[in-house]
Write a protein that binds this ligand. Structure first.
Ligand code: CAA
Length: 259
């Protein structure tokens, strides 16, 4: 991989977009590598949480690569959008929990990739925004869809139409960032959160993620039916037996096996 770094330790995959000279801008090669890497990670049962971040202290991801897009044809633009759709869709729906550790600029495709993660933790210096309309294009890696779903239609339209950059605090206030922490503590903070997630039944967490993701894109009644079905499915697991028995035995230690 030319543009990604991957470290796997204690159930956590730390995936870093590593193009610091262009503030980790996403070119087609990086999108393809992301897709391949995420495909491998989603089948790796040793990995329970993926933390996604950017190289350096200035940027998470400063967007799609403008130097690649400047001479791209409409067909090439569409291909790039579809490549991102596939990679970001994988991130959004993989069985593991994904946390974006937003360590600086998250603009355009950077804001968009963070929104494909389950949870966003921002460092105090982070800045979010969708500057595409200022480049004469519109957000093309999910911004018009995921931003509106996360913060509501009115706020999404304001951010996309004005191209305003907002601070980590403002992102927190509108629900785009779950937490804001000092930059030096960002990765440890995300790892600690991953640790709390990993104490729980991994299969149950994956089913809950599926219920939320699918349910948010359907009507309430269908979402509730899906939840009842997945709730029932979770009763078939060893983890359900273990989790409930541990409670009844007043035992703190639980031994989940993900089945
Ligand atoms: N694509 C390609 N290169 C980029 C880039 C991007 N999105 N963002 C930054 N870079 C490059 C710069 O060209 C510069 O390269 P050189 O050193 O070779 O000149 C280097 O990264 C450092 O950037 P700056 O000198 O501009 O750094 P700065 O501190 O002055 O500004 C910034 C930082 C505000 C993030 C500024 O770089 C910027 O505005 N970047 C572009 C942000 C943007 O418009 N993103 C949206 C892209 S379109 C998109 O994402 C479409 C979509 O929906 C998928």
């Amino acid at each position: 991989m030319n543009n990604l770094l991957l470290e796997i330790e204690n159930g956590i995959a730390l995936l870093t977009i590593n193009r610091p000279k262009s503030l980790n801008a996403l070119n087609s090669e990086t999108l393809s590598e992301l897709n391949t890497c995420l495909r491998e990670l989603e089948g790796n049962t040793d990995v329970k949480v993926v933390i996604l971040t950017g190289s350096g202290e200035k940027a998470f991801v400063a967007g799609a690569d403008i130097s690649e897009m400047v001479n791209a044809t409409p067909a090439e633009g569409r291909t790039m959008g579809l490549l991102a759709k596939e990679a970001f869709g994988r991130l959004e729906n993989m069985p593991q929990v994904t946390i974006a550790a937003v360590n600086g600029y998250a603009l355009g495709g950077g804001c968009e990739i963070s929104m494909a993660c389950d949870i966003r933790v921002a460092s105090e210096n982070a800045k979010f925004g969708q500057p595409e309309c200022g480049l004469g294009i519109l957000p093309g890696f999910g911004g018009t869809q995921r931003l509106a779903r996360l913060v509501g239609k009115g706020r999404a339209k304001e951010l996309i139409f004005t191209c305003d950059q907002i601070s980590a605090e403002d992102a927190y206030r509108m629900g785009l960032a779950n937490h804001v922490v000092p930059q030096a503590e960002l990765i440890d903070y995300c790892k600690a959160m991953a640790g709390r997630i990993m104490k729980n039944g991994p299969f149950a967490v994956a089913l809950a993620k599926q219920a939320i993701n699918t349910g948010m894109d359907t009507d309430l009644d269908s979402g509730l039916k899906l939840e009842a079905n997945l709730f029932g499915l979770s009763f078939s697991t060893e983890d359900k037996k273990e989790g409930m028995t541990a409670f009844l035995e007043k035992r703190k230690e639980k031994h989940f096996i993900g089945k």
